[in-house]
Design a protein around this ligand. Structure first.
Ligand code: NAP
Length: 280
Protein backbone atom coordinates (compact mmCIF):
# COMPACT_ATOMS: atom_id res chain seq x y z
CA UNK A 1 0.00 0.00 0.00
CA UNK A 2 1.28 3.51 -0.78
CA UNK A 3 1.86 5.79 2.22
CA UNK A 4 -0.91 8.05 0.98
CA UNK A 5 -3.68 5.46 0.64
CA UNK A 6 -6.66 6.28 2.85
CA UNK A 7 -8.94 3.40 3.71
CA UNK A 8 -12.35 5.05 3.84
CA UNK A 9 -13.73 3.90 7.20
CA UNK A 10 -17.36 4.24 6.36
CA UNK A 11 -18.64 3.12 9.75
CA UNK A 12 -17.40 6.46 11.08
CA UNK A 13 -19.40 8.27 8.40
CA UNK A 14 -22.53 6.26 9.22
CA UNK A 15 -22.12 6.76 12.98
CA UNK A 16 -21.73 10.53 12.58
CA UNK A 17 -24.78 10.71 10.33
CA UNK A 18 -26.90 8.78 12.85
CA UNK A 19 -25.62 10.84 15.79
CA UNK A 20 -26.69 14.01 13.96
CA UNK A 21 -30.22 12.61 13.63
CA UNK A 22 -30.78 12.04 17.36
CA UNK A 23 -31.50 15.66 18.31
CA UNK A 24 -33.79 16.06 15.30
CA UNK A 25 -35.76 12.96 16.36
CA UNK A 26 -36.01 14.41 19.91
CA UNK A 27 -37.42 17.69 18.57
CA UNK A 28 -40.00 15.78 16.54
CA UNK A 29 -40.91 13.75 19.67
CA UNK A 30 -41.67 17.01 21.52
CA UNK A 31 -44.27 17.66 18.81
CA UNK A 32 -45.67 14.14 19.24
CA UNK A 33 -44.20 12.92 15.94
CA UNK A 34 -42.29 9.68 15.56
CA UNK A 35 -40.62 9.31 12.14
CA UNK A 36 -41.88 6.11 10.55
CA UNK A 37 -40.45 4.02 7.73
CA UNK A 38 -42.63 1.33 6.13
CA UNK A 39 -40.69 -1.44 4.41
CA UNK A 40 -42.35 -3.82 1.98
CA UNK A 41 -40.89 -7.24 1.31
CA UNK A 42 -42.47 -9.38 -1.41
CA UNK A 43 -41.66 -13.10 -1.33
CA UNK A 44 -39.07 -14.99 0.66
CA UNK A 45 -35.72 -14.09 -0.85
CA UNK A 46 -33.33 -14.54 2.10
CA UNK A 47 -30.93 -11.70 1.12
CA UNK A 48 -33.82 -9.26 0.71
CA UNK A 49 -35.27 -10.40 4.06
CA UNK A 50 -31.88 -9.74 5.68
CA UNK A 51 -31.62 -6.25 4.14
CA UNK A 52 -35.13 -5.35 5.32
CA UNK A 53 -34.38 -6.65 8.81
CA UNK A 54 -31.15 -4.64 8.97
CA UNK A 55 -33.02 -1.47 7.96
CA UNK A 56 -35.76 -2.14 10.55
CA UNK A 57 -33.21 -2.74 13.31
CA UNK A 58 -31.31 0.43 12.38
CA UNK A 59 -34.60 2.37 12.67
CA UNK A 60 -35.37 0.91 16.09
CA UNK A 61 -31.91 1.68 17.49
CA UNK A 62 -32.42 5.34 16.63
CA UNK A 63 -36.05 5.73 17.74
CA UNK A 64 -37.54 5.66 14.25
CA UNK A 65 -40.69 3.57 13.97
CA UNK A 66 -40.47 0.77 11.45
CA UNK A 67 -43.45 -1.02 9.94
CA UNK A 68 -42.60 -4.24 8.14
CA UNK A 69 -45.06 -5.42 5.52
CA UNK A 70 -44.46 -8.91 4.21
CA UNK A 71 -46.40 -9.93 1.14
CA UNK A 72 -46.64 -13.39 -0.44
CA UNK A 73 -44.57 -14.29 -3.51
CA UNK A 74 -47.69 -14.70 -5.71
CA UNK A 75 -49.15 -11.24 -5.06
CA UNK A 76 -50.09 -9.35 -8.26
CA UNK A 77 -48.77 -5.94 -9.32
CA UNK A 78 -52.23 -4.45 -8.65
CA UNK A 79 -52.38 -5.91 -5.14
CA UNK A 80 -48.89 -4.62 -4.37
CA UNK A 81 -49.81 -1.14 -5.64
CA UNK A 82 -52.94 -1.21 -3.47
CA UNK A 83 -50.73 -1.86 -0.41
CA UNK A 84 -48.46 1.03 -1.39
CA UNK A 85 -51.45 3.32 -1.81
CA UNK A 86 -52.63 2.51 1.72
CA UNK A 87 -49.24 3.66 3.01
CA UNK A 88 -49.33 6.74 0.77
CA UNK A 89 -52.43 8.03 2.56
CA UNK A 90 -51.43 6.95 6.08
CA UNK A 91 -50.30 10.19 7.80
CA UNK A 92 -48.25 8.27 10.38
CA UNK A 93 -46.00 6.82 7.64
CA UNK A 94 -43.26 9.17 6.42
CA UNK A 95 -41.18 6.92 4.20
CA UNK A 96 -41.92 3.88 2.04
CA UNK A 97 -39.28 1.41 0.92
CA UNK A 98 -40.13 -1.38 -1.51
CA UNK A 99 -37.27 -3.88 -1.29
CA UNK A 100 -35.71 -4.58 -4.69
CA UNK A 101 -35.91 -7.01 -6.43
CA UNK A 102 -39.54 -8.09 -6.40
CA UNK A 103 -40.59 -11.43 -7.99
CA UNK A 104 -40.30 -11.36 -11.78
CA UNK A 105 -44.03 -11.49 -12.56
CA UNK A 106 -44.49 -8.12 -10.82
CA UNK A 107 -44.04 -4.87 -12.73
CA UNK A 108 -41.45 -3.40 -10.36
CA UNK A 109 -41.31 -0.06 -12.16
CA UNK A 110 -45.10 0.38 -11.84
CA UNK A 111 -44.86 -0.46 -8.14
CA UNK A 112 -42.03 2.04 -7.57
CA UNK A 113 -43.97 4.73 -9.44
CA UNK A 114 -46.94 4.20 -7.11
CA UNK A 115 -44.91 5.54 -4.17
CA UNK A 116 -45.91 9.12 -3.38
CA UNK A 117 -42.97 11.44 -4.06
CA UNK A 118 -43.06 12.91 -0.52
CA UNK A 119 -42.55 9.38 0.85
CA UNK A 120 -40.01 8.17 -1.74
CA UNK A 121 -37.17 8.13 0.78
CA UNK A 122 -35.26 5.54 -1.28
CA UNK A 123 -35.33 7.73 -4.41
CA UNK A 124 -36.79 5.10 -6.74
CA UNK A 125 -39.48 7.01 -8.63
CA UNK A 126 -38.78 8.54 -12.04
CA UNK A 127 -39.91 11.91 -10.65
CA UNK A 128 -37.36 11.56 -7.85
CA UNK A 129 -34.71 10.62 -10.40
CA UNK A 130 -35.58 13.61 -12.59
CA UNK A 131 -35.40 15.96 -9.61
CA UNK A 132 -32.04 14.39 -8.72
CA UNK A 133 -30.82 14.93 -12.29
CA UNK A 134 -31.77 18.61 -11.99
CA UNK A 135 -30.03 18.82 -8.61
CA UNK A 136 -32.97 19.49 -6.31
CA UNK A 137 -34.23 16.07 -5.24
CA UNK A 138 -35.65 15.84 -1.75
CA UNK A 139 -34.52 12.27 -1.50
CA UNK A 140 -31.81 11.17 -3.92
CA UNK A 141 -31.30 7.41 -4.24
CA UNK A 142 -29.69 6.23 -1.02
CA UNK A 143 -26.59 4.43 -2.29
CA UNK A 144 -25.53 7.26 -4.64
CA UNK A 145 -26.14 9.77 -1.84
CA UNK A 146 -24.07 7.56 0.48
CA UNK A 147 -21.17 7.53 -1.99
CA UNK A 148 -21.16 11.32 -2.09
CA UNK A 149 -21.49 11.54 1.70
CA UNK A 150 -18.35 9.39 2.06
CA UNK A 151 -16.46 11.58 -0.41
CA UNK A 152 -17.56 14.73 1.40
CA UNK A 153 -16.61 13.29 4.80
CA UNK A 154 -13.10 12.55 3.56
CA UNK A 155 -12.94 15.78 1.53
CA UNK A 156 -12.30 14.00 -1.74
CA UNK A 157 -12.37 16.70 -4.37
CA UNK A 158 -14.91 16.24 -7.16
CA UNK A 159 -14.82 19.56 -9.00
CA UNK A 160 -12.85 19.32 -12.22
CA UNK A 161 -12.01 15.66 -11.64
CA UNK A 162 -12.71 12.89 -14.12
CA UNK A 163 -15.13 10.41 -12.58
CA UNK A 164 -15.69 7.08 -14.29
CA UNK A 165 -18.82 5.25 -13.18
CA UNK A 166 -19.09 1.59 -14.14
CA UNK A 167 -22.78 0.64 -14.22
CA UNK A 168 -25.86 2.59 -15.30
CA UNK A 169 -28.72 1.14 -13.25
CA UNK A 170 -31.57 3.49 -12.30
CA UNK A 171 -30.85 3.10 -8.58
CA UNK A 172 -27.09 3.44 -8.69
CA UNK A 173 -25.01 4.16 -11.79
CA UNK A 174 -27.27 6.78 -13.39
CA UNK A 175 -28.12 8.81 -10.27
CA UNK A 176 -24.55 8.78 -8.92
CA UNK A 177 -23.34 10.02 -12.32
CA UNK A 178 -25.83 12.91 -12.16
CA UNK A 179 -24.77 13.76 -8.62
CA UNK A 180 -21.09 13.82 -9.57
CA UNK A 181 -21.95 16.02 -12.54
CA UNK A 182 -23.68 18.44 -10.17
CA UNK A 183 -20.52 18.57 -8.14
CA UNK A 184 -18.68 19.68 -11.29
CA UNK A 185 -16.89 16.40 -12.01
CA UNK A 186 -16.50 15.38 -15.64
CA UNK A 187 -18.35 12.09 -15.77
CA UNK A 188 -17.95 9.08 -18.03
CA UNK A 189 -20.67 6.43 -17.65
CA UNK A 190 -19.65 2.90 -18.61
CA UNK A 191 -21.80 -0.19 -19.07
CA UNK A 192 -21.75 -3.68 -20.53
CA UNK A 193 -21.45 -2.39 -24.12
CA UNK A 194 -18.57 0.00 -23.37
CA UNK A 195 -15.57 -0.67 -25.60
CA UNK A 196 -12.13 -0.48 -23.97
CA UNK A 197 -13.50 -0.25 -20.45
CA UNK A 198 -10.07 -0.69 -18.91
CA UNK A 199 -8.74 2.32 -20.84
CA UNK A 200 -11.67 4.42 -19.60
CA UNK A 201 -11.00 3.42 -15.99
CA UNK A 202 -7.28 4.21 -16.41
CA UNK A 203 -8.25 7.85 -17.10
CA UNK A 204 -10.28 8.19 -13.89
CA UNK A 205 -9.45 10.39 -10.90
CA UNK A 206 -12.56 8.90 -9.24
CA UNK A 207 -13.74 5.35 -9.92
CA UNK A 208 -17.26 4.34 -8.86
CA UNK A 209 -17.87 0.63 -9.26
CA UNK A 210 -21.54 -0.36 -9.56
CA UNK A 211 -21.34 -3.46 -11.72
CA UNK A 212 -22.55 -6.35 -9.61
CA UNK A 213 -19.59 -8.58 -10.53
CA UNK A 214 -17.13 -9.75 -7.86
CA UNK A 215 -13.56 -8.37 -8.08
CA UNK A 216 -14.31 -6.95 -11.53
CA UNK A 217 -12.16 -3.81 -11.38
CA UNK A 218 -8.50 -4.82 -11.62
CA UNK A 219 -5.54 -3.22 -9.85
CA UNK A 220 -3.69 -2.25 -13.02
CA UNK A 221 -6.76 -0.35 -14.30
CA UNK A 222 -6.42 2.20 -11.49
CA UNK A 223 -4.53 5.41 -12.19
CA UNK A 224 -2.10 5.94 -9.30
CA UNK A 225 -3.72 8.33 -6.82
CA UNK A 226 -7.32 7.74 -7.94
CA UNK A 227 -10.14 7.51 -5.37
CA UNK A 228 -12.00 4.21 -5.60
CA UNK A 229 -15.59 3.88 -4.35
CA UNK A 230 -16.92 0.34 -4.47
CA UNK A 231 -20.72 0.09 -4.27
CA UNK A 232 -20.69 -3.59 -5.20
CA UNK A 233 -21.89 -6.22 -2.79
CA UNK A 234 -21.72 -9.75 -4.14
CA UNK A 235 -22.15 -13.22 -2.66
CA UNK A 236 -19.43 -13.98 -0.13
CA UNK A 237 -19.13 -10.31 0.94
CA UNK A 238 -17.09 -9.47 -2.14
CA UNK A 239 -17.08 -6.04 -3.78
CA UNK A 240 -16.92 -5.13 -7.47
CA UNK A 241 -13.33 -3.94 -6.98
CA UNK A 242 -10.36 -6.24 -6.47
CA UNK A 243 -9.56 -4.49 -3.21
CA UNK A 244 -6.18 -6.06 -2.51
CA UNK A 245 -4.89 -5.24 -5.98
CA UNK A 246 -6.38 -1.73 -6.17
CA UNK A 247 -5.48 -0.45 -2.73
CA UNK A 248 -1.79 -0.24 -3.65
CA UNK A 249 -2.50 2.33 -6.37
CA UNK A 250 -5.49 4.24 -4.98
CA UNK A 251 -5.23 7.39 -2.87
CA UNK A 252 -8.45 6.38 -1.10
CA UNK A 253 -10.60 3.24 -1.27
CA UNK A 254 -13.73 1.79 0.35
CA UNK A 255 -13.40 -1.76 1.67
CA UNK A 256 -16.07 -4.47 1.26
CA UNK A 257 -17.75 -5.53 3.54
CA UNK A 258 -18.27 -2.50 5.79
CA UNK A 259 -18.19 -0.44 2.61
CA UNK A 260 -20.90 1.78 1.21
CA UNK A 261 -23.72 -0.31 2.77
CA UNK A 262 -23.77 1.16 6.34
CA UNK A 263 -23.85 4.71 4.93
CA UNK A 264 -26.70 3.71 2.60
CA UNK A 265 -28.75 2.68 5.64
CA UNK A 266 -27.83 5.87 7.52
CA UNK A 267 -28.95 7.86 4.45
CA UNK A 268 -32.28 6.06 4.43
CA UNK A 269 -32.79 6.97 8.11
CA UNK A 270 -31.87 10.59 7.39
CA UNK A 271 -34.37 10.76 4.53
CA UNK A 272 -37.10 9.34 6.79
CA UNK A 273 -36.40 12.02 9.41
CA UNK A 274 -36.31 14.68 6.66
CA UNK A 275 -39.72 13.45 5.44
CA UNK A 276 -41.19 13.54 8.96
CA UNK A 277 -39.90 17.09 9.47
CA UNK A 278 -41.40 18.21 6.18
CA UNK A 279 -44.79 16.82 7.16
CA UNK A 280 -44.52 18.40 10.61
P1 NAP B 1 -27.54 -3.85 -11.96
O1 NAP B 1 -28.89 -3.25 -12.02
O2 NAP B 1 -27.35 -5.29 -12.27
O3 NAP B 1 -26.61 -3.00 -12.95
C1 NAP B 1 -25.30 -3.40 -13.24
C2 NAP B 1 -24.69 -2.44 -14.23
O4 NAP B 1 -23.38 -2.91 -14.52
C3 NAP B 1 -25.45 -2.35 -15.55
O5 NAP B 1 -25.58 -1.00 -15.97
C4 NAP B 1 -24.58 -3.13 -16.52
O6 NAP B 1 -24.58 -2.63 -17.84
C5 NAP B 1 -23.20 -2.94 -15.93
N1 NAP B 1 -22.34 -4.03 -16.31
C6 NAP B 1 -22.58 -5.35 -16.24
N2 NAP B 1 -21.55 -6.06 -16.73
C7 NAP B 1 -20.64 -5.16 -17.16
C8 NAP B 1 -19.37 -5.26 -17.78
N3 NAP B 1 -18.83 -6.45 -18.09
N4 NAP B 1 -18.71 -4.12 -18.08
C9 NAP B 1 -19.23 -2.91 -17.79
N5 NAP B 1 -20.44 -2.75 -17.18
C10 NAP B 1 -21.12 -3.86 -16.88
O7 NAP B 1 -26.85 -3.63 -10.55
P2 NAP B 1 -27.11 -2.49 -9.42
O8 NAP B 1 -28.42 -2.72 -8.78
O9 NAP B 1 -26.77 -1.16 -9.98
O10 NAP B 1 -25.99 -2.93 -8.37
C11 NAP B 1 -24.61 -2.92 -8.69
C12 NAP B 1 -23.83 -3.43 -7.50
O11 NAP B 1 -24.05 -2.58 -6.38
C13 NAP B 1 -24.24 -4.82 -7.01
O12 NAP B 1 -23.09 -5.48 -6.54
C14 NAP B 1 -25.19 -4.55 -5.88
O13 NAP B 1 -25.22 -5.61 -4.92
C15 NAP B 1 -24.57 -3.32 -5.28
N6 NAP B 1 -25.49 -2.48 -4.53
C16 NAP B 1 -25.05 -2.07 -3.32
C17 NAP B 1 -25.85 -1.24 -2.55
C18 NAP B 1 -25.33 -0.78 -1.22
O14 NAP B 1 -26.07 -0.18 -0.44
N7 NAP B 1 -24.06 -0.99 -0.95
C19 NAP B 1 -27.11 -0.85 -3.00
C20 NAP B 1 -27.51 -1.26 -4.27
C21 NAP B 1 -26.68 -2.09 -5.02
P3 NAP B 1 -25.89 -2.67 -18.82
O15 NAP B 1 -26.75 -1.52 -18.36
O16 NAP B 1 -25.32 -2.48 -20.17
O17 NAP B 1 -26.53 -4.00 -18.61
Amino acid sequence: MTAQTVILEVNRVATDMKEALKSRIDILAEKGIVPCLATILVGGDPSSATYVKMKGNACKRLGIKSIRIELPEHISTEELIAEIQKLNVDPSVHGILLQHPVPQHIDERAAFEAIRIEKDVDGVTTLGFAQNAFGFASFPSCTPAAILAIMDYYQIEMEGKHAVVIGRSPILGKPVSMMLLHRNATVTMCHSKTVNLEEMVRLADIVVAAVGKPNFIQGDWIKPGAAVLDAGYNAGNIGDVDYEACKDRASAITPVPAGVGPVTIATLLKHTVDAAEKLA
